[in-house]
Design a protein around this ligand. Structure first.
Ligand SMILES: [Zn+2]
Length: 76
């Protein structure tokens, strides 16, 4: 029996297996979008893309943004 879960980002049904290293997400892209959303909530900065914009970004743009978010100093 295979367990399936809904990807938290795109709601696509995804197999919950140890081979899926992005679980519970369907892909690295969805995982990054979710992480970006979280980072956006705790470190909100005007002008940063929202979730809708992120979903339309290319993988390269998304990765560049994630690097930027993670490099942000942890002080306000
Ligand atoms: Zn997904």
């Amino acid at each position: 029996m295979t367990m399936k879960v809904s990807c938290p980002t795109c709601q696509k049904q995804v197999e919950w297996s140890t081979e899926n290293k992005f679980r519970p997400f369907c892909s690295e892209r969805c995982k990054l979008i979710d992480l970006g959303e979280w980072a956006d909530e705790s470190h909100r900065i005007a002008g940063e893309p929202d979730r809708q914009q992120m979903e339309q970004m290319s993988d390269d743009e998304l990765m560049a943004m994630m690097v930027k978010l993670q490099a942000k100093p942890d002080s306000d």
